[in-house]
Design a protein around this ligand. Structure first.
Ligand code: FNR
Length: 185
């Protein structure tokens, strides 16, 4: 199999974000089966059509990383039964064409969605909203398996670090399936 590139986007800027830790664990699972890049978009400004062109440097950097990736892994928290605003802001930027002649970079790109939360929902409600958004933007969403992890406090060690005491096999399965899904495109 040829080497593929997976770009990863986490919908939390929190230093100890559980979703970020989950993304890093996915990267460890991917190993040498793909190049795995966790995208830092903390410097992407709030979307404003007045500053859309030329694109701010941070936006160009993230757009180029997405454009060159073979697939995008999203890890989203759930805020008020939705996905966080920072993720919507980033997707709004990415949804706009790079220039008059270049299409938006999410078009046709394979996507996997995962999330972890201390609550009971496991982020499933947030994920459903998010899938509606990225489907509208014509991403190729891997609908199964999707990873929703509830009760995060059962998945951490004494120091609050993610240990995936019961859900590691589900993350392994989803990661493996997403690599296969990308190769099938
Ligand atoms: C939350 N949280 C939350 N959890 C949940 O299961 N359903 C929800 O609707 C919400 N709503 C919500 C709103 C806001 C504004 C905050 C700040 C938090 C809890 C949230 O899932 C928890 O803080 C996660 O740990 C956040 O993800 P990271 O930062 O750990 O990745």
């Amino acid at each position: 199999m040829q080497t593929i590139k997976i770009a990863t986007i986490v919908g939390s800027l929190r230093k100890n974000s559980l979703n970020r830790q989950l993304a890093l664990e996915a990267g460890r699972i991917v190993g040498d089966r793909a190049a795995f890049e966790l995208l830092d978009y903390s410097d992407v400004p709030l979307f404003n059509q007045d500053i859309e062109y030329p694109a701010p440097n941070a936006v160009s950097r993230v757009r180029n990383a997405v454009k060159s990736a073979d697939g995008i892994c999203f890890f989203t928290p759930e805020y008020n039964h939705f996905f966080p605003g920072i993720l919507k802001n980033l997707i709004d930027w990415l949804s706009r064409p790079m220039s008059e002649s270049a299409p938006q970079v999410l078009n046709g790109k394979p996507a996997a969605v995962s999330g972890i939360t201390p609550g009971m929902s496991g982020t499933v409600v947030a994920q459903d909203h998010f899938v509606t958004l990225i489907s509208f933007l014509n991403m190729k969403v891997m609908n199964q398996p999707r990873l929703t992890i509830p009760n995060a406090n059962h998945q951490t060690d004494e120091s609050g670090c993610l240990a995936l005491t019961t859900h590691l096999p589900f993350l392994e399965k989803q990661t493996q399936e997403f690599i296969r899904f990308i190769h099938e495109q």
